[in-house]
Design a binder for this molecule. Structure first.
Ligand code: NAD
Ligand code: ZN
Length: 406
């Protein structure tokens, strides 16, 4: 089959690799219909996540049709169209039983590696380094999906793949980020990063009752989308002092909660930006945290910082004194996708939220190297790319027609 493989920093290629096989009773093989490139994939592309090997198959956002099911699979059979959550969860450990699905104790075969670095393990993740289990990803024609009965969600008839491909990661991640804000009526939620996660976090915050959302980024098309699709007031962090501006916009108090939808590759400005870039280049810090510092500075006393951006190691000059003095709550982590999926599928089915508004580019799997470059450099106003996974796919339609079930 054809698959998008990592070969090094800024080097992804579409290779011909062996088809995946069923290895455990609970596995299924999914024939991937649509897959997308995530901001998290950029951290791999930019060489920020350790434990990648040449030839690793990328991709953790994919939907498709089951073509083969292991003998232990009871809820699904060949022909079912499914959504596949990006974390792999066993469903039986203490963490899964407490709905902390992305912290599953049993699905990361390299748990010792993670324990050595972080003190404990997390769930395996498709296509996301050997630190997260070394699972082959879904930017491929086919993928092996373990623990199928636990993780998969059937796609209701009539819903096209495009409307649910973002339920594998982006929408649940954004929704979790908003729920972590414990939104009360009248609240203002500020969101750093108007990429896919930030945009859907704003949508989710409004859905959960926020009165006002404020989006922060530097790309005009992203700020524009935040404004038109999410009713957001927007700030360009290159043009204003974000923390000061946010306080002005909220009667001097600051936003009730602040969402980080940026992560470890935050762009900084001025001396602070240069400081982070130099320290990272010299390997004196692993993650750039200028957005995170702004969250702390801007948030109102007693407010919440909700961290959905991915961090991999150590941040520098974290204003711990301010976190303490302002009595802030900080929450974050990989999304517990399984927990939110049924509700979010229903929201899509009831036409309350259609997350596909963020998709700006459609291409074939074979175009993945161009897609990665384009998404990383935000070329052509790119916000989210979906790729048709089947090599035989005919010319791409503008937008996918309503699904006929195939
Ligand atoms: P993206 O790269 O498209 O968006 C990031 C945005 O942040 C960009 O628009 C960029 O201009 C903006 N940005 C950079 N520096 C900034 C700053 N200092 N202030 C404000 N904005 C700034 O990526 P995405 O797909 O939206 O993902 C965002 C983050 O969420 C990534 O770190 C990704 O790894 C993470 N993520 C986490 C989970 C999870 O489970 N927690 C799941 C998916 C993605
Ligand atoms: Zn993702």
């Amino acid at each position: 089959m054809r698959a998008v493989c990592w070969h090094g920093k800024h080097d992804v290629r579409v290779d011909t690799v062996p088809d995946p096989q069923i290895v455990s009773r609970g596995d299924v093989i999914v024939k991937v219909a649509l897959t997308s490139i995530c901001g998290s994939d950029l951290h791999l592309y930019d060489g920020m996540i350790p434990a990648m090997k040449k030839g690793d198959i990328l991709g953790h956002e994919f939907v498709g049709e089951i073509v083969e099911a292991g003998p232990g699979v009871t809820r699904f059979r060949a022909g079912d169209r499914v959504i596949v959550p990006f974390p792999i969860s066993c469903g039986a450990c203490w963490y899964c039983k407490h709905e902390l699905w992305s912290l599953c104790d049993n699905t990361n075969p390299n748990s010792l590696m993670m324990e050595n670095i972080y003190g404990d393990t997390g769930a395996g993740i498709f296509g996301y380094s050997h630190l997260y289990g070394g699972y082959s990803g879904g930017q491929a024609e086919y993928v092996r999906v373990p623990f199928a009965d636990v993780g998969l969600e059937k796609i209701p008839d009539g819903i096209p793949y495009e409307q649910v491909v973002l339920l594998t990661d982006v929408f649940p991640t954004a929704y979790q980020a908003a729920t972590y804000c414990n939104i009360n009526p009248g609240d203002t939620v500020a969101v750093w990063g108007c990429g896919p996660i930030g945009l859907l976090a704003m949508k989710s915050a409004l859905h959960l009752g926020a009165e006002r959302v404020i989006g922060i980024d530097r790309f005009p098309e992203r700020l524009q989308m935040a404004h038109t699709h999410c009713r957001a007031d927007v700030l360009n962090y290159e043009e204003v002092d974000v923390a000061k501006e946010l306080q002005n916009m909220t009667g001097g108090r600051g936003p009730d909660s602040c969402i980080d939808a940026v992560g470890m590759e935050a762009a900084g400005t001025g001396i602070e930006g240069a400081y982070d870039s130099i320290k990272q280049t010299l390997r004196l810090e692993s993650d750039r945290s200028s957005a995170l510092r702004q969250l702390v500075k801007a948030c109102r006393k007693g407010g919440t910082l909700s961290i959905s951006g991915v961090y991999g190691g150590f941040v520098d000059k974290m204003p711990m004194g301010a976190i303490f003095a302002k009595g802030l709550t900080m929450r974050g982590g990989q999304a517990h996708v399984h927990k939110y999926l049924p509700h979010l599928v229903k929201l899509v089915q009831d036409r309350q939220i259609d997350p596909s508004f963020i998709i700006t580019h459609r291409m074939l799997l074979e175009d993945a190297p161009r897609g990665y470059r384009m998404f990383r450099d935000k070329e052509d106003s790119c916000i989210k790319i979906v790729m048709k996974a089947q090599a035989s796919a005919a010319a791409l339609p503008e937008a996918e027609a309503p699904a006929s079930g195939t």
